[in-house]
Design a binder for this molecule. Structure first.
Ligand code: OGA
Ligand code: NI
Length: 357
């Protein structure tokens, strides 16, 4: 696809804009009023938060195990988001992966630009999603790399600095894949399917996965822009390691935006569009966005668990009945992700557009 060869305008890292210390953000980052966050409201104090699930319960007696599965199932139906604690990933590794990515974003601009990405694969260092000329941009930079299948790893696209970054990504990626495998089983069982169902449906040993390190520099006018516009994640499921000191992530619940307060040592899990499709909308992907911040920069790491890219994915036959006809037309993930790659983050318009006529 020709339009995906290169960006329609030169990419300016937001970090370099932030570092000028200018008091005003360029017009290209100013969102229309309906999309701007309300930073001054008491919404921040809402008592309502995304559910918290203790995964330790899965290894305990059958009553605890059932209760844990139930909690995950309820969270996937009602929120599309939850936090997990007792996930088995070491705190030390979490610190290390954050440190290497912080180190990467602290490199001089030219060193980072050596990894500049293009819209064809998105792999590398970049600052925009979507190729629409003149689009309003988000106040954030990122690094995106393909982690699974192992055959699709392209180390040329991985950073070399800081020195331990590649080994740390491998170690972290394996832990993320292990955690996703467990959650796939739980979701399968709680949908009334065979424990291996979802993993098999998304490609078994050939599933895809990608890591996106998001860096949101300080922003002089956080009331006018967003770090990341509202979107749902296109893949199967996302595991987010977020800063527990600097809030930013908001999740849509009904008509409201709920600010997530990450618990220390927790991961934030969210359902992606493909689980909504496979489960025939029993589990739903949910819109989320990131607020910009005037006083602190923020780093987050999103691990996207994705289907094998050339499989046709539609609602599981087991979840379709005359009372509950298939809601979505089957599509491959290769085709599916082209939408966001062309249009950028656009709420839930994509999965809605898959609705069977
Ligand atoms: C994403 C995402 C949230 C965050 O990368 O898809 O939603 O807090 N990130 O950075
Ligand atoms: Ni997301």
């Amino acid at each position: 696809m020709d339009c995906l060869k290169d960006w329609p305008e030169p990419v300016v890292p937001v970090q370099s804009l932030s570092e000028t210390g200018a008091a005003v953000i360029p017009d290209r980052y100013v969102k229309p009023p309906s999309e701007r966050p309300s930073l001054d409201s008491t919404a921040d104090e809402n008592i309502l938060g995304i559910p918290i699930v203790d995964l330790g319960g899965l290894a305990e007696g059958s009553a605890e195990c059932r209760a844990t599965m139930r909690a995950i199932s309820d969270a996937c139906r009602e929120w599309g988001f939850f936090q997990v604690v007792n996930h088995g990933v070491s705190h030390e590794l979490r610190e290390r992966i954050r440190d290497v990515w912080r180190g990467f974003f602290q490199l001089p601009t030219e060193a980072k630009k050596a990894y500049a990405n293009t819209p064809t694969t998105y792999e590398g260092y970049g600052s925009r999603i979507g190729v629409q000329k003149g689009a309003i941009l988000d106040w954030g930079d990122y690094y995106y790399l393909q982690y699974l299948p192992h055959s699709a790893k392209n180390y040329d696209k991985w950073p070399l600095l800081p020195i331990s970054i590649r080994d740390t990504i491998e170690e972290y990626g394996d832990e993320m894949a292990r955690l996703c495998g467990i959650l796939m089983k739980v979701m399968s069982i709680s949908l009334g399917l065979d424990a291996e169902f979802l993993q098999k449906a998304i490609g078994g040993d050939d599933v895809g996965a990608a890591l996106r390190a998001n860096y949101y520099p300080k922003c002089p006018q956080p009331d006018l822009t967003l770090g990341l516009s509202a979107h749902s994640d296109p893949g199967v499921m996302t595991v987010l390691l977020a800063d527990d000191q600097v809030k930013g992530l908001q999740v849509r619940k009904g008509g409201e935006w709920i600010t997530v307060q990450p618990l220390p040592h927790a991961f934030i899990i969210n359902v992606g569009d493909q689980i909504q499709v496979l489960s025939n909308a029993t589990y739903k992907s949910v819109e989320h966005r990131v607020m910009a911040n005037a006083s602190a920069d923020r780093l987050s790491l999103a691990f996207f668990y994705n289907p094998k890219c050339d499989l046709l994915l539609g609602p599981a036959r087991e979840l379709v009945s005359p009372d509950r006809p298939p809601l979505y037309q089957p599509m491959t993930y290769n085709e599916y992700r082209l939408y966001i790659r062309k249009n950028g983050p656009k709420g839930k318009t994509q999965v809605e557009s898959l609705k069977a006529m």
